[in-house]
Design a protein around this ligand. Structure first.
Ligand code: ATP
Length: 469
């Protein structure tokens, strides 16, 4: 059974150490979440797979790690100061604030809601009789533009001169480093730059666990190409395919829970000529998982050239008299949203042959926070010592993340490892010690497979070899 509601996952996440409410002991801070010991492993693995797939395994890609704080002129050039806004509306009765377009989505559909002009939002809410989700009244104020960038001050004075923004996307860090990268890295078009980092948006209506938060992490690529040598439609198609393969093949997200959604012409961002999102079937409905490809033309490089006064062009190595401004394709992934989809996709409740039931996180083994758990059958000292020996051998001879668990009955420990998605459990028993031939031969252990529940008896040497594979 898939996760019917988000609540089941939120509860498992807290109980098992994937995701905790932020600032928990102070009563929390709305819509902030902390990744616990298992959540951080899952997210790190996701990011490593992304980096390996898109940076290390491709000759045409390099990485970057730009600052969160940037010169505020960057955000004037990018258009964020003037255009990075959502339509904010207030309920006149209870004074709660909402995103007008999001309230209209259910009635009108995502595409139709996204293309509404600011002045159409309030009349449409009234015409459609859309009530306030908090108090039920249909008494809406006019919609106002609300800029989503967080502002802060750099240094000791709080004057306008020291105003800085927390970056709302990682992309601009790549554009402002375009010259540094081309000057140092001997790259030929087409080439891409990828980076992973935090982004901040003062979202009007955050929620649905880690789906929409005000602090989140992005994994973004800016792929530069020569529009005279490559059709943008071809580059677009390549990145759609690469993004889809990453989600389905590398991360193992089920295809039936994913779909592409092309942005309508009127819905496109101010800089984009074509955008396709990948949506995931979340428990509350289809929602954006990532942008598979967004064609940004030469908008960003041209804008930064204009605002910085620096030339941001590419010289054709085959014809040094030919200088061009490359065009850009952008695939943009959110690591928190993808980690959420991975958890929802993995969440399964199923009956066991003995009539009981279990919850199991069927993570792809490359994403599971823990690779293998060592479970000594009892707390007897000499059994624990033997199990510790095996645990240390695994740590020395493999690169696996290994858990050692002695607390509770073996059944309870299997249940816990199922719930955290550990692909293999190793049971060390009195057979291993040579004290009980019925349990197994000396120096053998049992490997239990998370998904099939098959148990296999192997020697300790075979075990290490198997795990190495
Ligand atoms: P939405 O329409 O859901 O607000 P967006 O179109 O503004 O998203 P993009 O600007 O395309 O999002 O950002 C790229 C990716 O970054 C998104 O697909 C998502 O994975 C992630 N992302 C964006 N905003 C948030 C957020 N507030 N919380 C978590 N992840 C986010």
């Amino acid at each position: 059974m898939p996760a019917q509601t988000l609540d089941q996952l939120v509860s498992l996440s807290k109980r098992r150490g994937f995701v905790f409410p932020g600032s928990d002991i102070y009563g929390g801070l709305a819509n902030t979440w902390d990744y616990g010991p298992l959540g951080v492993e899952l997210k790190n693995r996701l990011k490593k797979l992304w980096w390996k797939t898109f940076i290390h395994k491709r000759q045409d890609m390099v990485g970057l790690d730009a600052s969160i704080l940037m010169n505020p002129r960057v955000w004037e050039a990018s258009g964020h100061v003037s255009s990075f806004t959502d339509p904010l509306i207030d309920c006149k009765k209870c004074k709660q604030r909402f995103r007008g377009d999001k309230l209209l989505e259910e009635k009108l559909g995502v595409e139709a809601a996204a293309i509404l002009q600011l002045e159409q939002v309030q009349p449409m809410l009234v015409a459609e009789r859309i009530p306030c989700p908090n108090c039920g009244a249909v008494e809406w104020t006019e919609a106002k533009k609300f800029n989503l960038m967080f502002k802060t001050h750099q240094g000791v004075s709080e004057e306008t001169a020291s105003l800085v923004y927390l970056r709302p996307e990682t992309a601009q860090g790549i554009f402002v480093n375009f010259k540094n990268i081309t000057d140092t890295m001997r790259l030929r078009l087409p080439f891409g730059v990828g980076q992973i980092g935090k982004a901040f948006r003062n979202e009007i209506t955050p929620g649905n666990f880690t789906f929409r938060t005000r602090e989140f992490e992005q994994m973004e690529i800016e792929y530069f190409f020569d529009p005279e040598r490559q059709k943008w439609e071809d580059v677009f198609a390549e990145w759609k395919k690469a993004s889809w393969e990453f989600l389905t093949k590398t991360l193992g997200i089920k295809e039936e829970n994913l779909r592409f959604r092309d942005h309508e012409k009127d819905e496109l961002s101010h800089y984009s000529r074509g955008t396709t999102d990948v949506e995931y079937k979340f428990p509350w409905g289809w929602g954006e998982l990532c942008a598979a490809a967004a064609y940004r033309t030469d908008y960003d490089l041209k804008q930064h050239e204009k605002f910085s006064g620096q030339e941001l062009q590419y010289t054709d190595p085959d014809d040094p008299t030919r200088k061009i401004t490359p065009h850009v394709m952008e695939p943009s992934f959110g690591s928190d949203r993808i980690a959420l989809a991975i958890m929802l996709d993995a969440y399964t409740e199923e009956p066991l042959p003995n009539g009981e039931s279990r919850t199991v996180m069927r993570f792809d083994p490359r994403l599971a926070p823990i690779d293998v758990a060592i479970l000594p059958l009892s707390k007897k000292e000499h059994l624990i010592a033997k199990a510790q020996e095996i645990y240390k051998a695994i740590l020395d001879k493999t690169n696996l993340v290994c858990d050692f668990d002695v607390t509770g009955s073996i059944g309870k420990r299997y249940r816990r490892q199922d719930e955290i998605g550990t692909p293999r459990c190793i049971t060390v028993d009195f057979g291993t010690l040579g004290e009980d031939p019925e349990q197994g031969a000396p120096d053998t252990v049992t490997i239990r497979d998370r998904d099939s529940l098959q148990q296999e008896r192997v020697t300790i040497t075979q075990l290490i070899e198997k795990l190495r594979e």
